[in-house]
Ligand binder design. Sequence first.
Ligand code: NI
Length: 257
Amino acid sequence: MGYVRVYFRWFRQPQFVAGILTLCLCIAGLGPLLRTWDRPQSIALPRSKVKGAAALVVPDCAVTPCLALSFDDGPHGDVTPRILDILSREQVRATFFLVGERIAGREPIVRRMHGEGHEIGNHSWNHADFSKLSPADIEMQLRLSQQAIARAGVPAPRLFRPPYGATNPMVVSHINLPIVRWNIDPEDWRHKDPVSIQQNILAQARPGGVILLHDTDPATADALQSSLSLLRPHYQFVTVSQLLELVPGDQGQYLGR
Ligand code: NI
């Protein structure tokens, strides 16, 4: 009994009660902390492509369908800045597949693309048809364009789009970047008419789409503002790399027609 009395006297000590309370608070605090370690990490987007506040937001294509706008064959001295202005106004990020030999003298435009959160891809050195080139020429086309883009002061591209979408097994085996084509073609290069281009964009837009446009003709820039205004309530625009990462399915290495 003496033992029990001593035990209970000690139990009533304020220091003991305070110690127990502190221990309980520690356990309660550690629980949520430990649980966060098990949470899946958010999808890692290419940091260089996502700037400022947008870096904190991972688009959820299941909630709002995703579309990727892509512009080929630039940079163009007049049309590309116009398109960048529209994208900036609409807060839309796109992907530009650049032709290496067209960069000289337009490096600030390339830096602006990158600085405004757009993705930059390789579209060859001089828009050659790769299916007609030797392996050595294919590698040279890729390398020269990568170098020209990097010399402009932006990260070297991580995507390649073949001119004319032309590939064959030999071409594919000599390209060491993911090859991305498109699955929506409004044929802006053929129509060169803003009304037709806009109608084609709106008629073909669909979730998971990669839209092929060209930042080389004013008609494309003319069609872009109204097209974006009409599409924006229904879609969120992501870069091609983001789309490949976020939307499973046929957005694999190849985006066939
Ligand atoms: Ni092209």
